[in-house]
Design a protein around this ligand. Structure first.
Ligand SMILES: Nc1ncnc2c1ncn2[C@@H]1O[C@H](COP(=O)(O)OP(=O)(O)OP(=O)(O)O)[C@@H](O)[C@H]1O
Ligand SMILES: [Mg+2]
Length: 333
């Protein structure tokens, strides 16, 4: 069952000339990592706040887990939805452990269960147990973000709303936290709605990107589709599609392969296309893959099929290249 179904959601603030969210419809499946991308003021934050009912829609319908959100008591709804924001929203006068435990305490968990959960979450977000007794001001920005993430995860919500959670961080810390978040999401199968301004971050994290402009959805598709088939010049300009394609044309099939297949399994659609070679460029490979309609293409060395190249491989290559600059700055140990 879809975890989110939005049908014609509208949010009109009183006295505003135009609605902040102007009739959006979309469906999100459990376990998807959705990134909301769009210029400042396009309605990303408002849309997130509609999802956990910090705002009530002016019109439209919202189903969470198949149930009309209006029929779910707000406290119960929010219990199942983690919320992390850029300013972290940590309570300055509470120690780290207490900050993380806010929701479990609200829910009346027994003390040992809360303590165990704090241990588990600190480990998950990569903070030492000794930080339990620190105050937020005694942490770096990145560490505070981790605590914010731990807090959002505390009650094990199926759905996480994250509003530019890494916005204030330097490139290195940001890329580390992105990796950790991807890891966490894969491990725990969370559904994540993640807002960012940052195209590289969006490409790196998203299963699907929801691109917004002026309160509306202009495209909702995988990063690769958005890069290669932007729905209009706005999207194209926003994601710098040309740049990504240029990058792909500089990368080789051989460099993108993560594993070699043990047996030949060619797809029938691919059989009619010229075979891919290790030194073909990825832009060519992408064009072939898209025209094959499949999600993998066989790669040949001589007559022998040695691997399958997937969309995921190409995305991973793009990711690696987009983080190359920051990681190159990391001190070698
Ligand atoms: N409480 C409010 N009352 C009136 N107008 C609001 C309110 N909140 C947001 N808006 C307006 O609604 C529009 C969308 O705002 P929103 O915060 O959703 O944008 P955003 O996409 O999150 O932008 P940013 O990337 O800058 O965070 C803006 O024009 C904003 O001024
Ligand atoms: Mg915002």
């Amino acid at each position: 069952m879809s975890i989110i179904v939005a049908e014609g959601l509208v949010k009109q603030f009183p006295g505003e000339p135009r609605p902040a969210v102007a009739g959006v419809s979309f469906v999100v499946e459990p376990g998807e990592f959705i990134v909301l991308l769009g210029p400042s003021g396009c309605g990303k934050t408002t849309l997130l706040k509609l999802l956990n009912r910090l705002y009530e829609p002016t019109a439209g319908r919202l189903l969470i887990g198949g149930v009309d959100a209006r029929g779910i008591p707000v406290t119960e709804l929010r219990r199942g939805i983690g919320y992390a924001i850029q300013q972290t929203g940590l309570f300055p006068h509470l120690r780290v452990a207490h900050n993380i435990a806010v929701v479990p305490r609200l829910l009346g968990w027994a003390r040992p269960r809360i303590e165990a959960r704090i241990d588990e979450l600190l480990a998950l977000v990569g903070l030492p147990q000794s930080y339990r007794s620190r105050y937020p001001r005694q942490l770096s920005g990145g560490e505070q973000q981790r605590v914010g993430l731990a807090r959002a995860l505390a009650a094990d919500p199926a759905l996480m709303l994250m509003d530019e959670p890494f916005g204030a961080l330097d490139a290195i810390t940001r890329s580390r936290l992105q990796d950790e978040l991807l890891d966490i999401q894969r491990k725990l199968h969370k559904t994540i709605m993640f807002v960012t301004h940052d195209v590289e971050e969006a490409l790196r994290l998203a299963d699907r990107m929801l691109v917004m402009r002026e309160g509306q959805i202009v495209q909702f598709a995988t990063p690769l589709t958005i890069l290669t088939r932007p729905s209009d010049p706005f999207v194209e300009q926003l994601v710098g599609a040309e740049d990504a394609l240029r990058q792909l044309s500089l990368m080789r099939v051989g460099a993108a392969l993560t594993r070699r297949s043990s047996r030949a399994e060619s797809t029938s659609a691919a059989a009619t296309l010229p075979p891919l070679r290790l030194d073909d460029d990825l832009r060519t490979a992408l064009a072939q893959l898209l025209s094959s309609g499949g999600d993998a293409l066989p790669v040949f060395e001589g007559e022998r099929e040695i691997a399958q190249l997937t969309l995921a491989d190409m995305r991973a290559m793009l990711r690696r290249s987009t983080v190359a600059a920051p990681t190159a700055l990391e001190p070698t140990r």
